[in-house]
Design a protein around this ligand. Structure first.
Ligand code: IMP
Ligand code: MG
Length: 176
C-alpha cells in the first residue's frame, strides 16, 4: 500500500500561527525564565521555530517517550526512554508537543514532571485532535490548530519515521 500526503495546513499558516502563539506566551511569561521541555522527536521542529520567536529568557530540555502499539494507534502504555538532563524544581515549565491525540503520553509526562514540583507546568501543542481524547486531565494552555481525526505527518510528525522534515502538515491517505 502506498501512502499519499494531502496538504492540510500550509507552511505559511503554521508560521503565522507560531508568531501568534509566541506573542501570547511572551506576554504570559513576561519577566520570567521559561523552561521549554520538548517531547522528542516530533516536537523538535515546533520547538525550534517557536523558541526563536519568544521574547522571554528560555531554557531547553528534552524528553523521549515511546508508547507501545501499531503505527497509527497508541496503546496507552507510555515508557520514558530519555529523562530530563536537569531538574525543573521551582521552574516555569512549558511542555512542547507536536500533537495531542488520546492524551495518554502527556498525562504520563505531566504526572512525572509534577513530582519534581515545578513553579508551574503548562502544555503547548501544535495540533490537537480532541475527538480521540481518553485522558481528560490533559488540558493544553496553548494550541496551534484543532484538527479532525486524521493521521497527519510533517513538521516533526512521522509515519513510520518518514515525513518529519516536511515544512507543512499533511493528511495521510492510503492507496492500493
Ligand atoms: P497520545 O498519547 O495518544 O496523545 O499520542 C501522542 C503521540 O502519538 C504524539 O506525540 C505523536 O507522536 C503520536 N501521534 C498521534 N497522532 C498522530 C498523527 O496523526 N500523526 C503522527 N503521530 C501521531
Ligand atoms: Mg510525539
Amino acid at each position: 500500500m502506498k501512502e499519499m500526503i494531502d496538504v492540510m495546513i500550509t507552511e505559511a499558516a503554521i508560521q503565522k500561527r507560531i508568531e501568534e502563539l509566541a506573542e501570547e506566551i511572551s506576554h504570559d511569561y513576561h519577566g520570567l525564565t521559561l523552561s521549554l521541555i520538548c517531547v522528542l522527536k516530533g516536537g523538535v521542529i515546533f520547538l525550534s521555530d517557536l523558541s526563536r520567536k519568544l521574547a522571554v529568557d528560555v531554557e531547553m530540555d528534552f524528553m523521549d517517550v515511546s508508547s507501545y502499539g501499531s503505527d497509527t494507534v497508541s496503546s496507552g502504555i507510555v515508557r520514558i526512554d530519555k529523562d530530563l538532563a536537569r531538574p525543573i524544581t521551582g521552574k516555569h515549565v512549558l511542555l512542547i508537543e507536536d500533537i495531542l491525540d488520546t492524551g495518554q503520553t502527556l498525562s504520563r509526562l505531566i504526572r512525572h514532571l509534577t513530582a519534581q514540583n515545578p513553579a508551574s507546568l503548562k502544555v503547548c501543542t501544535l495540533l490537537d485532535k480532541p475527538e480521540r481524547r481518553v485522558a481528560q486531565d490533559v488540558v493544553p494552555e496553548y494550541i496551534g490548530f484543532t484538527i479532525p481525526d486524521n493521521f497527519v505527518v510533517g513538521y516533526g510528525l512521522d509515519y513510520a519515521q518518514k515525513y518529519r522534515q516536511l515544512p507543512y502538515i499533511g493528511a495521510v491517505r492510503f492507496e492500493k
